[in-house]
Design a protein around this ligand. Structure first.
Ligand code: NAP
Length: 511
């Protein structure tokens, strides 16, 4: 069995002691082991700060962008192997695996392009310069410069390739070195992706390191110039934010956590119309892609009371037709959940939903004898139902709640206490305007579905140009969003002084 290794301090090394076993979730066959015990985390952090940081800061944005492009090319070379690992270790269908791996490559390329557009500069101007007093010589200018610490990235199990790259791309482009920790259950894919990058020798030493296995006390070692970007459960996010060193040194923390994303169908939409069909397609795709293990997946399906029956019947039929099985078989549409622990969580969550609603699709137990399979499940609520679990419990699997609304779904949406994305399907301009105004403050992104958009990716796809994150339950974080993503890794500084002196200093910055 393969023993996975970490890439720290410029070399590959495995941990000792008791290791975690990674399995194929469709067959439960063991595939690899991972341990981080005994690895020198303090030295790895120092290696990033002392070697990776200075090397990156010496480069221009265009040069850092070129590194990202070379990283993308290295992953492209290894793509077939990465997809195979997505199928074997993550329970992905080939299409699910492409979503992760091609998403990683596409995000690197998007930030490579941004780097090219920022050119020879090494830091950013933040806004226009301003005259500060009566003398035209007294001037102010904000700039944003790379922090001198290390960016620690802790990722969730569901996107081992994309998670690594969507966080690393803006950090490296901003000029900060990265130490990335993938979730242990699916670390095979992240480890292989890292090997591809290391073998291609595209990055300066210390710019990117990988810790495979338990995080141990890694976040507790961060200081005033470091940052921590975390994706995972709200409970872990809470613990990390409260770490004494994080509080004492004001370590910057970005949390991407749970989300009960809602899809809203407008009151004017007719069954069988193009808008209606698009809505159904997006709901079914989100429930079944990656077996529903997407932070952006639709969890709450809000429909006008008059359409409840039609939507239920259509969803039950569409979900029932999804072929479940080993994703190594090409005709399988949905694979298993990623781990036994995940199956346990989903079973428990489905039970909570079932206790307060009527289950209209799917089973209540593991769907196949072997492997962590769970059939897509839909839970229906009545108008005005209490629906506590529906608005509080993110069941991270192929599970959604169907809830009727009386024309104004915004109060129901707000009960989710903040989300990553809300999708809205309507062509009624006045209703759209009202609904957008009500739900916008609760979200990081709104997806306005329209049948005329060709090849619409649906609300579940995160794009590098747009913000990913959300308030409240979603963690309050913000990742991606083009150039905005760099801000997390940059220190904004106000310069004040003589105008010509400031102008000379600002020459090395990109506007
Ligand atoms: P989790 O248990 O919080 O784990 C997430 C990551 O944190 C893993 O890498 C885990 O490492 C690590 N971790 C656990 N305890 C830690 C600690 N004390 N210090 C430092 N790191 C620690 O979450 P999960 O259950 O695997 O992930 C599923 C959740 O992620 C879902 O709730 C989903 O909504 C959320 N998610 C959110 C987004 C988003 O962008 N908002 C995207 C994907 C997933 P080990 O694996 O080694 O335990």
């Amino acid at each position: 069995m393969q023993a996975l290794e970490s890439y720290l301090g410029g070399r590959w090394a495995g941990g000792r002691g008791a290791a975690h076993t990674l399995v194929n979730p469709a067959t439960e066959a063991p595939l690899a082991t991972a341990s981080s015990e005994g690895l020198d985390l303090a030295a790895a952090l120092e290696f990033a700060r002392a070697r990776g940081g200075p090397a990156l800061r010496a480069l221009s944005f265009a040069e850092r962008g070129a590194l990202l492009k070379a990283m993308a090319e290295a992953l492209q070379e290894a793509r077939d192997e990465l997809l195979a690992l997505g199928i074997a270790n993550c329970g992905n269908t080939r299409s699910d695996a492409k979503f992760d791996v091609d998403g990683a490559i596409g995000t690197l390329l998007a930030y490579a392009e941004l780097g090219e557009s920022l050119g020879a500069a090494r830091f950013l101007l933040d806004g226009e310069g301003l005259q500060l007093g009566r003398s035209p010589r007294f001037h102010g200018q904000h700039v944003a410069v790379p922090r001198h610490g290390v960016a620690v990235h802790v990722n969730a199990f569901n996107f081992p390739a994309w998670g690594l790259c969507e966080k690393a791309a803006p950090a490296l482009l901003a000029g900060m070195p990265v130490l990335s920790k993938p979730a242990t259950a699916t670390a095979m894919l992240a480890e292989r992706a890292m090997r591809a990058v290391v073998e291609a020798k595209v990055l300066p030493e210390g710019a990117l390191q990988l810790l495979v296995g338990a995080p141990r006390d890694l976040p507790a070692r961060l200081g005033a110039q470091d940052v921590l970007a975390f994706t995972g459960s709200g409970a872990t996010g809470e613990r990390l934010r409260a770490l004494p060193n994080v509080v004492r040194h004001a370590v910057r923390v970005n949390v991407e956590a749970d989300s009960l994303n809602a899809a809203l169908l407008g009151p004017e939409v007719e069954p069988r119309s193009d808008m209606y069909e698009l809505f159904l397609k997006d709901v079914v795709r989100d429930m079944t892609q990656k077996a529903g293990q997407k932070c952006t997946a639709i969890r709450r399906v809000l429909v006008p009371q008059a359409l409840l029956e039609a939507v239920r019947e259509d969803l039950v039929e569409l979900l029932g037709a999804v072929k479940l099985g080993d994703p190594a078989d090409e005709d399988v549409r949905m694979g298993p959940l990623t781990s036994e622990a995940q199956l346990g969580e989903v079973l428990e969550g489905a039970q909570r939903l079932g206790a307060e609603s009527r289950q209209v699709a799917g089973g209540a137990r593991r769907a196949l004898e072997r492997g962590y399979f769970f059939a897509p499940a839909l839970f229906e609520y009545g108008l005005g139902a209490e629906a506590n679990a529906a608005h509080e419990r993110e069941v991270f699997g192929p599970v959604a709640c169907l809830l009727p609304h009386d024309g104004d779904p915004s109060q129901i949406v707000a009960r989710g206490q903040g989300g990553l994305v809300c999708s809205i399907y309507s062509e009624d301009a006045a209703w759209l305007e009202r609904t957008v105004a009500q739900v916008a403050p609760w979200h990081g992104r709104l997806f306005l579905g329209h049948p005329k958009i060709e090849l619409s990716p649906g609300p579940g796809t995160v794009l590098p140009q747009l913000v990913h994150g959300g308030p409240g339950r979603a963690g309050g974080g913000e990742e991606l969003g083009g150039r905005r993503a760099l801000n997390f890794y940059l220190q904004r500084v106000a310069l004040e002084g003589s105008r010509p002196v400031l102008a000379a200093l600002a020459k090395g910055a990109a506007a």
